[in-house]
Write a protein that binds this ligand. Structure first.
Ligand SMILES: O=P(O)(O)OC[C@H]1O[C@@H](O)[C@H](O)[C@@H]1O
Length: 270
């Protein structure tokens, strides 16, 4: 989904599935010094819509600065050279650079690779989300479910002084995607404690099902999960039908099913 100043672009298609890119939004008054594009990845077609929209704005509003908000960066997981695979994260970010946005705003990117490639990029902080969740749920401990999260978040977020974190180790088979082994590393006494798991992405939720199960088996009272980007595929996994996680919190970056019990989509930060 692509919006120009809050109005969706390209919502109709021709019979052959090409999108009808109308300019009604633009003719109904695009004034001001800056235009804001909101890009929410739902499918690869949204990337076409983004390219068309920026090209259109360059054409008819060539003197106006155009900002892009792209909370979830598509292809951000394909963030290294792997033999036989395309380095899609790099290529996608280069396409964004080629479009020459004035500023690009992203939320909690999966790794440092995307922000290293993207130009004129700023990160929207997830701190206000975490402060709210920690406060409202009387969190005792924070848990980072894998090495990636454990490396990233201590540098990125500030926990209240009384809260310490512990972390987990997972071994995923890259061919099958299956998690073959999961263990808690430095777990404190969790009896009757409230734990918040923090990570960037949830796909089918297996990482959180396994880590949450381990945490609950150590006597934790409530286990909450914050993920910046929640994929729809979470509905296909075990997580939502179990009692392992008491509430999942996420941003509106890619998840938009407000009917799900146990999932809170947090209001945009700014
Ligand atoms: O376990 P699922 O939900 O499938 O995958 C999510 C995990 O896989 C990683 O890319 C994410 O950073 C997260 O740790």
């Amino acid at each position: 989904m692509v919006e120009i100043n809050g109005v969706a672009v390209g919502t109709e298609v021709y019979p052959n599935k090409e999108t009808i890119f109308k300019n009604s939004i633009c003719s109904s008054g695009l004034t001001g010094d800056e235009i804001n594009i909101n890009f929410r990845y739902e499918s690869d077609g949204d990337i076409t819509a983004l390219i068309m929209t920026k090209k259109y704005l360059d054409d008819v509003h060539s003197n106006t600065k155009v900002n892009l908000t792209m909370k979830y960066i598509p292809y951000s997981r394909m963030d290294r050279y792997i033999d036989g695979y395309m380095f899609s994260c790099k290529y996608f970010c280069e396409i964004i650079n080629d479009l020459k946005f004035n500023r690009v705003f992203v939320l909690d990117p999966h790794s440092s690779v995307s922000v290293a490639v993207l130009q004129r990029v700023s990160e929207i902080s997830i701190q206000p989300y975490l402060d709210k969740i920690i406060h409202e749920n009387n969190i005792d401990y924070v848990f980072y479910p894998d090495n990636g999260a454990c490396k990233k978040y201590p540098e990125k977020i500030k926990l209240p002084e009384h809260i310490t974190y512990f972390y987990g180790n997972k071994k995923r088979n890259l061919q099958t995607g299956y998690i073959e082994k999961y263990e808690l590393v430095n777990a404190p006494d969790l009896k009757d404690k409230n734990v918040l798991i923090i990570d960037d992405l949830c796909s089918k939720g297996m990482t959180f099902f396994l880590s949450g199960s381990e945490i609950k088996s150590k006597g934790a009272q409530n286990v909450y999960l914050y993920v910046s980007h929640l994929e729809d595929s979470v509905k296909e996994g075990k997580l939502l039908n179990s009692n392992i996680i008491d509430e999942i919190y996420t941003s509106d970056s890619i998840f938009n099913d407000y009917s799900q019990e146990k999932i809170t989509i947090l209001k945009p930060i700014n």
